[in-house]
Design a protein around this ligand. Structure first.
Ligand code: CDT
Length: 334
C-alpha cells in the first residue's frame, strides 16, 4: 500500500477587499485541520489568494497586475509555506503568476513536505474572451489577463507516487488527463472557480454545472486509472455565485468524498496509490490497447471539421478497402 492522506481544502469566497494575509490565515487554518487529521497533502483551489478577478474588466490590462504574484513564496504566502514545513505536509495551490519577463499565467504549484516547490503547472485551456462583452451577465476575461500555459502537462515523482496538476477548465478536456495518463500519473490535483450561471442567463444553472464537473472528473480518473482531487473556491464572491462540489475521486471513477457546503470545508481521504495499478494493467493498459495510428487528428487539428455533405461524398461501404487505406495514409501523412 502506498498511502497518501489527502486534504481537499475547499475555500469559501474571497471578496475583492480581502487581503492576501487574511486569505492565507484561512488557508493555514485549513492546513492545521488537515494535519490534525493526518494529511500528507493539502490541495487548495485555483487563484486561491484572490477573488476570481477575471470577472472584472480593466481597460488598461496592466491595471490588473495587482492580482498577480511576482514571486512565490512572498511575504503574504510565507506563513503557509512555514506552517506546511512545520507540520510536515505537502501543499498545492493556485495563484496568478507574473514572471520577471512580464508574462502572465494562471498557475498552480506543488510544494513538498520540506517547503520546496517541486512542480509548477500553467493553465492550458483558458476559457472566456479578451474583450468586454456588454451583453453578458458577467465577464470571463481569462483570455485577456493570461497567456495559455507554456509548459504542457508535466508529471512529478513525489511522496512515493506520480502527481500531475490541472486547473479548472482543463478538467473538462480529456486531453488533459490522457497526457498525464501517458506519464503514468497516479493523482491529478485540480483547483477550480466555476460560476454557477452561464453568461447568457437561463441557459445553464448550478445543477447542470455540478453535473458536468462530476462527469468530467470522474471520467478523467476512470479512463486513466488515477486518483483525482478537484477543489473549489465556492459561494458568493463579489456578488457572483461559484459552485462548490469539491471531490475526491478514486481510480475507478467513484466519488469517495464530496463537499456539502460552499464555505471553507475540508475533506480528508486516505488514498492508496497502488489502487491505480489494476486499471493501468487491464482495460487501460495503454501500451497494449491504444491505437495511436488512428489518433493523429487529436494532436494535429484544433477545430472540428465535419465530413463532406452526403450528396458530395460516396458511402464508406461503396469504397474498397485499398481506397480507404490510402485515404487514411494520406490523412496521417505516413
Ligand atoms: N476558472 C475556469 O476555468 N472556469 C471555467 C468556467 C467555464 S463555464 C462552464 C470552468 O471551466 O469551470
Amino acid at each position: 500500500m502506498r498511502k497518501v492522506v489527502v486534504g481537499a481544502a475547499q475555500m469559501g469566497p474571497n471578496q475583492k477587499t480581502d487581503t492576501r494575509e487574511a486569505i492565507v490565515t484561512r488557508m493555514v487554518a485549513l492546513l492545521d485541520q488537515a494535519t490534525d487529521g493526518g494529511a500528507d497533502l493539502v490541495v487548495y483551489p485555483e487563484l486561491a489568494l484572490t477573488t476570481f478577478f477575471p470577472r472584472w474588466y480593466h481597460e488598461d490590462r496592466a491595471a490588473a497586475d495587482g492580482w498577480f504574484e511576482t514571486e512565490v513564496p512572498n511575504a503574504a504566502t510565507q506563513p503557509l509555506f512555514d506552517r506546511g514545513k512545520e507540520r510536515n505536509v505537502a501543499i498545492s495551490f493556485g495563484y496568478a503568476e507574473k514572471t520577471p519577463e512580464g508574462r502572465h499565467f494562471n498557475t498552480s504549484i506543488l510544494v513538498d513536505k520540506d517547503g520546496t516547490i517541486v512542480g509548477k503547472y500553467r493553465k492550458v485551456h483558458l476559457p472566456g474572451h479578451v474583450e468586454y462583452e456588454p451583453e453578458s451577465s458577467h465577464q470571463r476575461l481569462e483570455k485577456r489577463y493570461f497567456e495559455p500555459g507554456d509548459i504542457g502537462f508535466p508529471a512529478w515523482r513525489t511522496m512515493g507516487g506520480i502527481f500531475g496538476m490541472a486547473i479548472c477548465n482543463d478538467r473538462r478536456w480529456p486531453e488533459t488527463y490522457r497526457v498525464l495518463g501517458l506519464q503514468a500519473v497516479e493523482m491529478v490535483l485540480i483547483g477550480y472557480n466555476t460560476p454557477s450561471q452561464n453568461q447568457r442567463p437561463g441557459t445553464e444553472g448550478a445543477d447542470k454545472r455540478l453535473f458536468h464537473h462530476r462527469l468530467s472528473v470522474q471520467a478523467g480518473a476512470y479512463q486513466n486509472s488515477t486518483w483525482a482531487v478537484a477543489v473549489a473556491k465556492a459561494g458568493v464572491e463579489d456578488g457572483h455565485h461559484l459552485i462548490g462540489g469539491t471531490l475526491i475521486v478514486n481510480p475507478h471513477g467513484e466519488i469517495v468524498a464530496e463537499a456539502k457546503t460552499e464555505r471553507d470545508e475540508l475533506l480528508i481521504h486516505e488514498c492508496d496509490l497502488d489502487e491505480t495499478a489494476f486499471g493501468k494493467a487491464t482495460i487501460f493498459d495503454f501500451g497494449r490497447h491504444r491505437r495511436v495510428e488512428h489518433y493523429g487528428l487529436i494532436a494535429s487539428q484544433g477545430p472540428a471539421i465535419p465530413p463532406p455533405e452526403a450528396a458530395e461524398s460516396e458511402s464508406v461501404l461503396d469504397r474498397s478497402f485499398d481506397e480507404l487505406k490510402h485515404g487514411y495514409s494520406h490523412t496521417l501523412g505516413v
